[in-house]
Design a protein around this ligand. Structure first.
Ligand SMILES: Nc1nc2c(ncn2[C@@H]2O[C@H](COP(=O)(O)OP(=O)(O)OP(=O)(O)O)[C@@H](O)[C@H]2O)c(=O)[nH]1
Ligand SMILES: [Mg+2]
Ligand SMILES: [Zn+2]
Length: 359
């Protein structure tokens, strides 16, 4: 048996937060059977009971494997779970402090979890042809809905002759309160600026396109080449999708880092609030004649005036409008899916009641 303090130190080293909610959850669960999800495979989950301990392959509760089980209620990388006495099966998922998700690619609306219980989401963007302010805006909208704080990490600063120009294009992002760090992901010294986001009780996840340098950055922070990295194509800086699954790794200084495969597409899940990331446009829109102005062809539209007057970048507005429409469409699909789930769970409850009587 570990003494409770021991348990806490052990758990903090793998990112367990030390706040009231966490203390209550720990008291309720008992530290012995808590573990953190490190990776998810077809044949089960890899979990870590504590730092330096071997990773264990465990099985999910049977309910999670039902096809209709809502994906967001299954464990994701970064989740805390309780294990049964033998330590072989997951019994339950602990409440999350944050969860980063997107709509999965494909025809039918489905949410896909990227990581849970992270404090900061590091949006990793290469200062090569990967650099694209519009895509950065999209990432920030999705990250802001997670409950974790966004941080923009611009890699390959060592190879970028136009750093100041790139930073100038991110003026609104910076004004919106997102920290921006330009680094060389291969150089530990250069990554010191990221240390404030790391340490016991903390977790970061790296997201971005393939080839942006997520695994390079992970290796440099770790001090060992744990993750495989791959070169990018010369003509368009695209990576080769070297990382193929999400993986949580504890850091020597405490806390954890989650490396993820490069994303081809980041679709909004419908839970976002796009205006959060476009406060500059919201401020201008306060001057529109109509409260519900869509900033299209309405008379007295302050946003259109600002674009015409050169005070607002037309491309930034176009990006805002596109994300707003995409969010609204996703929110409609999400509401529909939730309604279907309610009908299904009512039907299931009725069947159980018919079979077993009043429960
Ligand atoms: N010079 C320089 N090269 C970098 C930097 N960051 C990454 N690279 C190079 O960029 C290439 C891609 O890096 P990876 O770390 O594999 O990229 P990734 O984001 O993990 O890519 P996926 O796993 O495919 O999603 C490698 O050749 C790295 O050496 C940097 O800051 N400076
Ligand atoms: Mg990688
Ligand atoms: Zn308007």
């Amino acid at each position: 048996m570990h003494a409770p303090d021991d348990v806490l130190t052990r758990l903090r080293a793998i990112g367990w937060p030390d706040d009231d909610a966490a203390r209550q959850a720990l008291a309720a669960a008992g530290g012995e059977c808590l573990a953190r999800v490190v990776a998810q495979h077809r044949s089960g989950y890899d979990v870590l009971p504590g730092p330096g301990e071997p990773v264990r392959r465990v099985q999910p509760p049977p309910a999670w494997t039902r096809p209709r089980f809502p994906p967001e209620q299954r464990a994701a990388v970064g989740d805390w779970v309780t294990l049964d006495g033998g330590g072989r099966d997951i019994v339950a998922l602990l409440p999350r402090r944050s969860v980063l998700k997107r709509a999965a690619a494909g025809e039918h609306y489905r949410q896909q979890l990227i990581a849970a219980n992270v404090d900061h989401v590091l949006v990793v963007v290469g200062l090569d042809q990967d650099f694209n302010p519009r895509r950065i805006e999209r990432y920030l909208v999705v990250v802001r809905a997670s409950g974790a704080a966004p941080v923009l990490v611009l890699t390959k600063a060592d190879q970028c002759p136009v750093l100041d120009d790139c930073l100038a294009l991110l003026e609104e992002v910076q004004a919106g309160g997102v920290p921006i760090h330009a680094v060389n992901a291969k150089d530990a010294e250069s990554l010191r600026v990221l240390h404030p986001y790391l340490g016991p009780g903390r977790t970061v996840v790296l997201v971005g396109s393939s080839g942006a340098g997520k695994s390079t950055l992970t290796n440099t922070l770790l001090g060992v080449e744990k993750m495989k990295t791959g070169t990018v194509r010369e003509h368009d800086s695209r990576g080769r999708h070297t990382t193929t699954f999400r993986l949580l790794t504890p850091l020597p200084q405490g806390g954890c880092i989650i490396d993820t495969p490069g994303m081809r597409e980041l679709k909004l899940s419908g839970d976002e609030d796009v205006t959060d990331s476009f406060e500059d446009i919201e401020a201008i829109a306060a001057g529109c004649r109509f409260r519900d102005c869509s900033h299209g062809n309405e008379p007295g539209c302050a946003v259109q005036e600002a674009i015409a007057g050169g005070r607002l970048d037309a491309e930034r507005f176009a990006s805002y409008a596109k994300l707003r429409d995409e969010r609204d469409a996703a929110a409609t699909s999400l509401a529909q899916r939730r309604a279907e789930e309610r009908v299904l769970s009512r039907a299931l409850n009725k069947r159980l009641k018919d079979k077993y009587g009043r429960r």
